[in-house]
Write a protein that binds this ligand. Sequence first.
Ligand SMILES: [Zn+2]
Length: 73
Amino acid sequence: MRGFHCVDPSHGRIDFTGADDEELFGNIRAHTAEAHPDLTDSQVRDMMAGADWWRSLATSGVNSGSSPSAYDK
Ligand SMILES: [Zn+2]
């Protein structure tokens, strides 16, 4: 099981899980399409992979508390 969580002032903390990265991606993508329409598919994959730009957002500012990458659950 893989996990990820998104923290944003517009919705607080939301947890996502998936049997594998593909299922997790689908669940996160369904959320970002609604709540963060500016994010592209490749940006969501970068977030799951723990890209540097996302790590800095996930640990400071309004998205602080989000997972810096997808994790085993
Ligand atoms: Zn969100």
